[in-house]
Write a new protein. Structure first.
Length: 285
């Protein structure tokens, strides 16, 4: 009997050793059906997808992530986003998720592109909600990441310390004001600001620099999954949005680009339009 119990214990230990729980994000699973991973944007909780999950949960098994260091989740060491990428792929394999869909907003869209270009065969479809493969090229498509690394404003430690030095008393209030440029509803702006206030300040600095210095454009041609790109109104102009997204996603083979009459948080500003777009795209699975 003792040998049997020891064998069971050893089996459990081996299983745990084979797959360590992710440290780069937390996951909440809701619903049933085809697996769908939802990745929130910069500083946001996975709660940003709450209404989207309600819309999809009867048809999809929604795996909602909150990244390390954001919205109260414990931080991890650098390189943060690269570790997130690796652990998302490990999570999909360990959970035996068959051809899941990837959906990301902002930084989450960037992560969806990074993951699906690293292991293209893992995913069936990708949805990028107002995110781009190279943030620093939004204003200048010819800019190069290696040249930006020489600039003090892209020094990760300096940027992280700048975030740490911001006074707690005004941080959340200032964030709420800033978010009004990103979302129409002031209550939504306050909620997004609350998530930022709960985030680890160094992580905010490290991840914005890592995001800005990682150029995924050369990798896009490797993505085999059909990809829906939803853009907001850049500079209040759909034509400007179409031009920028066309440049950013030029080498992505199987793409559909659609521009919303919305600010950055499209799923908050235009939910009916947003659901219509994703339902039509996912319905062709």
């Amino acid at each position: 009997m003792q040998k049997f119990l020891f064998s069971i214990l050893l089996f459990v230990i081996v299983l745990r050793a084979g797959y360590a729980q992710p440290t780069a994000f937390t996951v909440e699973v809701t619903g049933q059906g085809q697996p769908l991973l939802l990745i929130p944007g910069y500083s946001c909780s996975g709660e940003v997808w709450r209404e989207t999950v309600e819309h999809l949960k009867d048809r999809y098994e929604c795996h909602v992530l909150t990244l390390a260091g954001y919205a109260g989740v414990p931080p991890i060491e650098q390189p943060i986003l690269q570790t997130v990428r690796d652990q998302i792929m490990a999570y999909v394999k360990a959970k035996n998720l068959h051809k899941p869909v990837l959906m990301g907003h902002s930084l989450g869209a960037f992560m969806s592109l990074w993951v699906s270009s690293t292991e293209p065969e893992l995913f069936s479809k990708v949805i990028c909600v107002d995110g781009v493969p190279f943030l620093a090229a939004m204003m200048n498509p010819n800019v190069r990441a290696d040249s930006l690394r020489q600039l003090p404003m892209y020094n990760a430690e300096t940027v992280a310390q700048n975030f740490v030095s911001l006074p707690d008393s005004s941080f959340e209030q200032n964030q709420a004001r800033a978010m009004l440029t990103q979302v129409r509803d002031s209550s939504r702006a306050r909620q997004i600001a609350r998530w930022a206030a709960l985030s680890d300040r160094k992580t905010l600095g490290y991840t914005i620099v890592e995001l800005s210095l990682t150029d995924l454009r050369p990798n896009l041609a490797r993505i085999t999954a059909p990809t829906l790109v939803l853009g907001s109104l850049y500079f209040n102009s759909p034509q400007t949005t179409e031009r920028i997204l066309g440049e950013q996603y030029r080498t992505l083979p199987h793409k559909t680009i659609v521009v919303a009459q919305a600010k950055h948080f499209i799923m908050y500003d235009e939910p009916a339009w947003f659901y219509q777009q994703i339902d039509a795209f996912l319905g062709s699975l």
